[in-house]
Structures are given as C-alpha cells and as structure tokens.
Ligand binder design. Structure first.
Ligand code: SAH
Length: 348
C-alpha cells in the first residue's frame, strides 16, 4: 500500500469536513469553527498564529495540513497611487492583482486564472496562454492582500472588487463563485455582492447559468465591437459565440436579474472608429438596459493596435448619449507600472 505523505491544503476542506476531522482525532467539533475563522476571517498564514488553540492541537494540524497562502512577491506603486502586486502561488506560478484608489473608492482588480486561453488580440495576458485556474482561496487571498494594503497605505477600507485581472472568470466559474461566496459571507470578509463586478468576454451559456444561479454580483461584458466580423477578428471567442447568442443570453440575464449590464469598449484607430461601428453599438445597446465604459487603450508593445482620436471617442459618447445610453470615458490607471487593463503579463 502506498501511503501519501503529502500534506493536504486545509482550506480545501469545508467547515463540516473540518469538524469531522477534529471529531475523528478525539477533539471537540467547535475547534473546527475556531480554525475556520482563523483560516478565512483572520487570514492566518501559519498554524502558529492560532493562539486560542493548544500547542498540541496546532502541532497536530501542522502534521496533517499546509496553508497554501499566496505571497505578494513584488509590489509596485504608480505615480497615481495604483499598486500592482505580483502574487506568487504555492506552486511558484505568478499572477497579478491591482489596487486602484479613487476619491470615493478603493477597488481591487483580481485575477481568476494563470494566463488566459482566449487570445484577444489586444491583450497582453493572452500572450501568456492559460496555465491553470486559480482556486477559490487563491482568489480570496488576492482580495485580502489588497484590503490590507488599502488599510495600510490609504487608511481606507476596500470598497469594490472587479474580476478584470488575468484570465476569463467564466471559464473558472465554480471557483470564482466559491471565492465570491467567501468574500461576501460573514465568516469571510462580509463585503456586499453589489460591490463586486465580474467582467467577461461574454460566454453566452455561462451568462445564462449565472442568471439561473441567481448570482447577486454585477456583470460587465468586454464588447469592443458590435459587428461580428470585426469582433471575431479581435476576439476569436466571437467566432463560436457570436453577438446574436450573446444578445440572447443578456436578455435572459436581464429578464431574470433585472440588473443592468456594463459594456467595456475600446475605440481603436482603423478598427472600430467609424460611424458604422458606433451605430452597431447603439443598436446592440437597445437589447437591455446598460451603460458603456469607453476605456482608454493601453498599448502592449507591438503597435498593431492604436488608440483612436479623441474625436472618434467623442462621437461614440455623444451618439450613445443622444440615444439615451449612459456612456463614460474612462482614463487608465497605473499605466507607468503596466498595471492597467490588458497589461498584466508578469513583466516586472
Ligand atoms: N477576461 C475578462 C477579464 C479580463 S480583461 C474580460 O475579457 O472581460 C479586463 C478588461 O480589460 C476587459 O474589458 C478587456 O477587454 C480589457 N483589455 C484587455 N486588453 C486591454 C488593453 N490593452 N487596453 C485596454 N483594455 C484592455
């Protein structure tokens, strides 16, 4: 018989499994509750921190388990206050997370996968390819690290979370939802779901699943174009998941949740900076109540994509507004440290 000597990651256990473990070891079940609180609410990185347990109990836990906590390996601060973290995972892989401070918010931008499989032509993360999904605790830990930085460097609480770091959250749906459940639960960080936004390329069947599951967080879709031919050329996912299917899924989402969707949209020179594309977007926006964030392009070295002229972006904004659709022009944050949208590629 081969007996594995490898220790288990204790945070893979549910509270009930932890209770069973303690009872099997002849201890009281309520110890599990104490340990669970240390692991999640207090984010303990080591069993020695669990000071309300006896030394014997801590040693016993140490014998059986590890705590695979993330490590912030490198922290860079931008001139505008933005902080980018290179986060090292237990197996040595690295993802990035970003703290974005504004006047009335501190937002954590977190990763959901190591790399990404989707190959969007304008995104630096796409060049890394997908290595693996992040586990719920690895997602949770990124939020904890940023919450601590918000308190330490800004003396302010973390207010918002966006899944706009590396990876496609809807291709790691179960783990993302489990992480959000922990983030919003009183046993975790007790944050409000309405402060959390999941950003996706718009995988239709997963949007429907989210609607069916009754999720309470917000949805943002990286649209970037509302004409199939152009969108497929810059976002290959659109070939198998065309705009018609996306629109149908969004209608389903709205019918079930009654919540507005945000479209993220970059205007590029020679790609989508003409009135034909503006009109296609206006038409797409009529499907369900929505708003549009016109986001600045963050160059990713080869120069194939270039930000459109201010006039082209203005044309988008004024045409959308004339049609009763809220459209905001969003400035990038943390550009000097490659922390802006689409620039996360472990360069530092
Ligand atoms: N996969 C998810 C989340 C990660 S990307 C998604 O696609 O939504 C987060 C946002 O950054 C998306 O809206 C994405 O389209 C945008 N983005 C990617 N590369 C960018 C770049 N170079 N400049 C500006 N935004 C970019």
């Amino acid at each position: 018989m081969i007996v594995s000597t490898e220790k288990r990651d204790i945070r893979k256990l549910t509270l009930d499994e932890l209770k069973t473990f303690f009872v099997e070891k002849g201890e009281k079940a309520f110890r599990a509750q104490q340990v669970y609180e240390w692991l999640w609410k207090k984010s303990a990185k080591d069993f020695s921190q669990m000071t309300n347990l006896s030394v014997q109990t801590r040693d016993m836990l140490n014998e059986h388990f590890t705590i695979n906590h993330i490590q912030v390996d490198n922290m860079q601060r931008s001139e505008d206050g933005t902080i980018k973290n290179a986060v090292k995972l237990y197996d040595g892989l690295v993802v990035e997370s970003v703290l974005i401070p504004t006047k009335d918010r501190i937002t954590a931008c977190v990763s959901s996968q190591v790399g990404c499989s989707l190959d969007c032509k304008f995104c630096a993360t796409a060049r890394l390819k997908r290595m693996r999904n992040l586990s719920p605790d690895e997602i949770y830990d990124q939020v904890v690290a940023i919450k601590q930085q918000a308190e330490l460097f800004f003396n302010r609480p973390l207010t918002n979370i966006v899944f706009m770091g590396m990876g496609e959250p809807l291709l790691n749906y179960a783990n993302v939802v489990e992480a959000i459940n922990k983030i919003t639960s009183p046993e975790g960080l007790n944050m409000a779901s309405k402060r959390i936004t999941l950003s996706t390329v718009g995988i239709a069947k997963m949007i429907k699943k989210m609607a069916d599951d009754g999720v309470k967080f917000n949805l943002a879709v990286s649209l970037h174009d509302a004409i199939n031919e152009t969108r497929s050329a810059i976002m290959p996912i659109n070939e198998t998941n065309p705009l018609e299917e996306l629109a149908e899924a969004l209608k389903y989402w709205y019918k079930k949740t009654k919540r507005k969707v945000t479209y993220e949209y970059v205007v590029w020179k020679g790609i989508n900076d003409t009135i034909e594309h503006v009109q296609a977007l206006v038409k797409f926006c009529k499907h369900i109540p929505c708003k549009v964030n016109l986001i600045e392009y963050n160059p990713i070295d080869d120069g194939e994509f270039q930000q459109a002229s201010p006039e082209a972006i203005q044309l988008y904004q004024s045409t959308l507004e004339k049609n009763g659709i809220v459209a905001r022009i969003r400035k990038s944050r943390g550009k000097d440290i490659d922390a802006a949208c689409g620039q996360l590629a472990n360069k530092a």
